[in-house]
Design a protein around this ligand. Structure first.
Ligand code: NAD
Length: 248
């Protein structure tokens, strides 16, 4: 039997990168997956691939920074597949820059997506998970959630430190309801995440790191799969994964 048979997983930011790979990995293990993001065409392609491989999937257009859309996403998952067992809070933006360049719109965007978006979806999922007295929240942080460096920039690191603190709080608040919480902290992964950086200095600062043999989205998906397929007594709290050659 596949390990996630009968489980329903919601994955935010599933239109590319780690989210997309995670949806494919969880679906291959038997989970029904609800793939959420803003780009509908990408989601429809992904659903087609998963269904083509015999899996079950639903595309849900959702901007996680809109609280009502985030709640609607969880409702849609319950209505379509009957429950929400796993929520992967993966949607994120990394608009690196030093403070002092007036890029407050970008700081706001990062806090809105990386922190508030995670909270809105989590808030809605907890309600469902408490009723079923089980669930698993997987929050995608970063090495920048553990360590602040000039390369990752303080504001992005601040959003990911917030993800770490919120996740540990959730773990303690939810353990009596059998809801597990896992923080995943990747180092550099080959995705489109850095493409949206507007600050040239920050982009240059990343250059050296991106020359290394960095991780693939599937490497992080495999770690998430490990965390969500452990027996109910096992709570994998934190997974930090760097490319072998990444120094910091
Ligand atoms: P990515 O850009 O491919 O994926 C991010 C996804 O989030 C995209 O699908 C994007 O459309 C979606 N998204 C952004 N804003 C959204 C919103 N408002 N509503 C819904 N979806 C939204 O990059 P990725 O590397 O796969 O990033 C996934 C997560 O991994 C992020 O949280 C990121 O911070 C984290 N991360 C990535 C790296 C890396 O090196 N790539 C390292 C550490 C952590």
């Amino acid at each position: 039997m596949v390990k996630l048979d009968g489980k329903v997983a919601v994955i935010t930011g599933a239109s590319s990168g780690i989210g997309e790979a995670t949806a494919e990995a969880l679906a291959a293990e038997g989970a029904a997956v609800v793939v959420a993001a803003r780009r509908e065409d990408r989601l429809v392609d992904l659903v087609g691939r998963i269904e083509g491989n015999g899996g079950r999937a639903l595309a849900a257009v959702c901007d996680v920074t809109d609280e009502s859309q985030a709640h609607g996403l969880i409702r849609k998952a319950q209505e379509t597949f009957g429950s929400v067992d796993i929520l992967v809070n993966n949607a994120g933006v990394m608009l690196l820059s030093a403070v002092g360049k007036g890029l407050s719109d970008e700081w706001r965007r990062m806090f809105d997506v990386n922190v508030m978006g995670l909270l809105y979806a989590t808030d809605a999922a907890i309600d469902a998970m408490k009723r079923q007295q089980s669930g698993h929240l997987v929050n995608i942080s970063s090495v920048a959630g553990r360590k602040v460096s000039r390369t990752s920039s303080g504001v992005y690191a601040g959003t990911k430190h917030a993800v770490g603190a919120i996740s540990e709080g959730l773990r303690q608040e939810l353990l009596e309801d059998n809801i597990r919480v896992t923080i995943v902290e990747p180092g550099a992964v080959a995705t489109e995440l850095p493409d949206h950086i507007t600050d040239e200095d920050a982009r240059e600062g990343l250059g050296g790191l991106l020359q290394l043999e960095i991780l693939q989205a599937e490497d992080i998906a495999n770690a998430i799969l490990y965390a969500v397929t452990q027996p109910p007594r096992v709570s994998v709290n934190e997974i930090l994964i760097r490319p072998t050659q990444q120094p910091v």
